[in-house]
Design a protein around this ligand. Structure first.
Ligand code: GLA
Length: 724
């Protein structure tokens, strides 16, 4: 049983395969957090609670000073309630009885799970079990519900909470996080994924936490290029392969915040949810507000263990099941080869040559309805000069060649130079400023206004009438500024915009049923779990220089599975243009959902044959990318080498990748211990024919010099297959 309630001690045990999350109902009907970590039996562990008495604290009872909210762990931390740490919830009921004290009323434990209002969340599976807890404010007319969903096999707990206004007065909510979690002690490090446009998540930053507040957040309206809602808290001595580590992420695509506070006693609090900067939600009588869902995991296998747990959860419970483990299209995207210079002839010629390279899907990127970034977002009308016969004819001809057809759109934006903007200037952009700030020549479409959503859905419906669409690349190329919607206050607009985006996603998923959505936001500016719910893969970065990509992909893999990371073999036109061998480019790009972005028409027959071999090789290894366990062995941040492995769940197949990232040859002695294999199995190295046990490969390691001889190359893939 995943969830156990011990009636005597009033303690909840949320057990996954390897972890336990424990809290109880205190004598004062508050929820007291007791433990999160390695699996323990259902012992009564209330003794761990801090009952020490400190000056200046407040107490629930006039008779005893033995209990104070200020010193114990809390499941929800309200402001103004005697807990002086950072609150996870702040509200203000018009009655002015602003005590914010929430008391346990009841709970239910049930199979399955409830959805999160208007937002994506982890999907229900046959195993999941939920705990719902009802709390009431003893002074104000409102209720709060905490939801915990246990994903047993994945070692993940999903949390979200709701608040309902039961009275007839207004309830102003200025903070409503998805979760609060308190740990005793503070000997921890925090790991976050930093970057910016062209280096998204490439910098894995580990910081010791200290007294005070650490914040990982975004204020740009989306999750952003420079921040990511993924975060790890680990023991200071934990590393990539061992030690206690806790992973956090949010299924949310807007302004988010994760705060870590080490309080005066040296204890640690984690809060994750919607960022509260300028947030103010007016909850009118009878309405309910929901936080997005947070997911948390624990592993005693360090950062690598956290990644593998999250990879399993994302593949099993967030990505659509039709795509999660299915063979992905090998695409060729027209952006880097042609930019805006598109025509039907050009694309059909590209399609013909692409087939020779083992490519099965053509994705027509930006340029099909405009000639530059300066126009026509919002109109989305095919450019008849480039495609005189329209999209249907193009799609049909591509299908007739035996290829799939995909297209690029950017539906959440509007160009001032578009008919839609000219006709709806006062209602379509997400700003009512005079001359709003412009970015990439465009405004953000106001999705807090349903009319804009309906318009876009109908426009695309019309434009794609009869077009058989297999693939949709969904882009988003600016941040939000001066946000104010036509129909909502400034404190609500950022979150309402995210809800509007999700509404649009649900509607377009319905319109383009069966098509694979690839997400993109000026490269990887919205790589988050909200987007992965709709799109099994996300374009990780416009930086396709394979040297740089190693850092981006390696960093992204801390949070997201390789199969979710779109990786293309290109000429690196958008970035450095630094030369690199075909072999290196393939070895880097075959890390994730593989494709191409170069003009294959310009390649020689021999080069096309090489790409065809790469496509077949990728197909051979694809199951490892889609479902394997990832073991990161050497971080590119070592600035010398990079190495990782993907191992099948049954441990019968593995692929090992090794890169020299500063073009050093393997002149020095270099051995590396493999990981994740079955110690008892015998593995054949398919490159050298050498047969060794998993035990030997993992303890003695492999000698890279011997494997590759004196050949100097900067990237290798080695496959291992278990013998029967
Ligand atoms: C963004 C994307 C690119 C491409 C262009 C088109 O920058 O990241 O891949 O689609 O937009 O304008």
């Amino acid at each position: 049983m995943g969830i156990v309630f011990d009636n005597k001690s009033k303690t909840f045990y949320l057990n996954t395969q390897n972890s336990s999350y424990v809290f109880c109902v205190s004598d004062f009907n508050t929820l007291e957090h007791l433990y999160y970590g390695k699996r323990i039996p259902s012992d009564d562990i209330r003794y761990i609670s801090n009952r020490q008495i400190y000056s200046f604290q407040s107490h629930e009872s006039r008779d005893s000073r033995a209990f104070s909210t200020a010193t114990v762990g809390l499941e929800i931390a309200t402001f103004n309630s005697g807990d002086f740490r950072t609150p996870s919830v702040i509200y203000d009921y018009e009655s002015n009885l602003n005590a914010n004290r929430l008391r346990y009323v009841s709970h239910e434990i049930y199979k399955g799970r409830k959805a999160v209002l208007g937002m994506p969340c982890s999907r229900e599976n046959a195993e999941c079990e939920s705990l719902g807890i009802l709390l009431c404010d003893d002074q104000n007319q409102l209720e709060v519900r905490l939801f915990y969903v246990v994903y047993y096999s994945e070692n993940v707990i999903a949390r979200h909470q709701t608040i309902k206004n039961l009275g007839d007065k207004n309830l102003k909510i200025s903070k409503f996080a998805s979760m609060n979690l308190d740990f005793y002690g503070s000997d921890y490090h925090v790991v976050t994924l930093e970057g910016m446009y062209l280096s998204e998540r490439s910098n894995v930053v580990r910081t010791p936490i200290r007294k005070g507040v650490f914040k990982n957040n975004s204020l740009v309206g989306t999750t952003s290029h420079h921040k990511n809602p993924f975060m790890v808290l680990c023991d200071s001595c934990a590393d990539e392969h061992s030690g206690n580590a806790y992973g956090f992420n949010l299924i949310y695509s807007g302004n988010f915040s994760e705060e870590i506070e080490v309080d005066r006693l040296g204890d640690t609090r984690i809060i994750a949810g919607i960022d509260d900067t300028a947030f103010c939600w007016n909850l009118v009588s009878g309405q309910t507000f929901s936080s997005p869902e947070a997911i948390i995991t624990y592993s005693d296998e360090g950062l690598g263990g956290v990644s593998r747990n999250f990879h399993n959860h994302i593949r099993n419970n967030i990505i659509e099941s039709d795509f999660a483990y299915a063979k992905r299209p090998i695409v060729i995207n027209t952006w880097e080869p042609f930019f805006f210079d598109l025509s039907e002839d050009k694309i059909l010629h590209l399609a013909k040559e692409s087939k020779k390279c083992g490519i099965d899907t053509i994705v027509v990127d930006d340029g099909w309805f405009r000639n530059s970034i300066k126009e026509n977002l919002g109109d989305f009308k095919v450019d008849k000069n480039k495609f005189p016969l329209g999209l249907k004819s193009l799609a049909d001809k591509i299908h007739a060649q035996g290829l799939n057809f995909g297209i690029w759109i950017e539906p959440e934006m509007v160009s001032p130079n578009s008919d839609y903007y000219r006709e709806n200037a006062n209602t379509c952009a997400l700003s009512n400023a005079n001359e709003p700030l412009i970015s990439r020549n465009q405004y953000v479409l106001d999705l807090t206004n349903d009319e804009n959503i309906d318009y876009i859905v109908n426009r695309l419906k019309q434009e794609f009438d009869g077009v058989e669409l297999d693939y949709l690349k969904w882009d988003y190329n600016r941040y939000i500024t001066e946000a104010s919607g036509l129909n909502c206050s400034a404190g609500e607009v950022y979150h309402r915009q995210v809800l509007g985006s999700y509404k649009l996603f649900f509607a377009l998923k319905d319109l383009f049923k069966g098509a694979l959505f690839e997400n993109c936001a000026g490269g990887g500016g919205r790589f988050d779990l909200g987007m992965l719910y709709f799109s099994p893969q996300v374009w990780a970065s416009d930086n396709t220089d394979p040297y740089e990509r190693l850092y981006i992909q390696y960093g992204t893999s801390y949070a997201y599975p390789p199969s979710a990371i779109s990786c293309h073999f290109t000429e690196g036109k958008c970035t450095s243009g630094r030369p690199s061998s075909f072999e290196f480019r393939y070895n880097v790009a075959s890390f994730g959902a593989y494709g191409y972005e170069l003009n294959v028409c310009e390649l020689s027959d021999n080069e096309k044959a090489i790409l065809s071999e790469y496509s077949s090789k990728y197909r051979e290894d694809e199951q490892l990318v889609l479902s394997g366990d990832l073991y990161r062995l050497i971080s590119p941040e070592s600035n010398t080498f990079c190495a990782y492995m993907m191992v099948s769940k049954d441990k019968n197949r593995a692929k090992f990748n090794f890169f020299s990232i500063n073009a050093r040859g393997l002149t020095e002695t270099f051995t590396l211990k493999l990981m994740g294999l079955d110690p008892k199995k015998l593995y054949k190295n398919q490159n050298t024919g050498l047969i060794l046990s998993g035990e030997t490969l993992m303890n003695v390691g492999i000698r890279l010099n011997d494997l590759f001889g004196k050949k100097r190359s900067d990237g290798y893939t080695v496959n291992f297959v278990a013998l029967d």
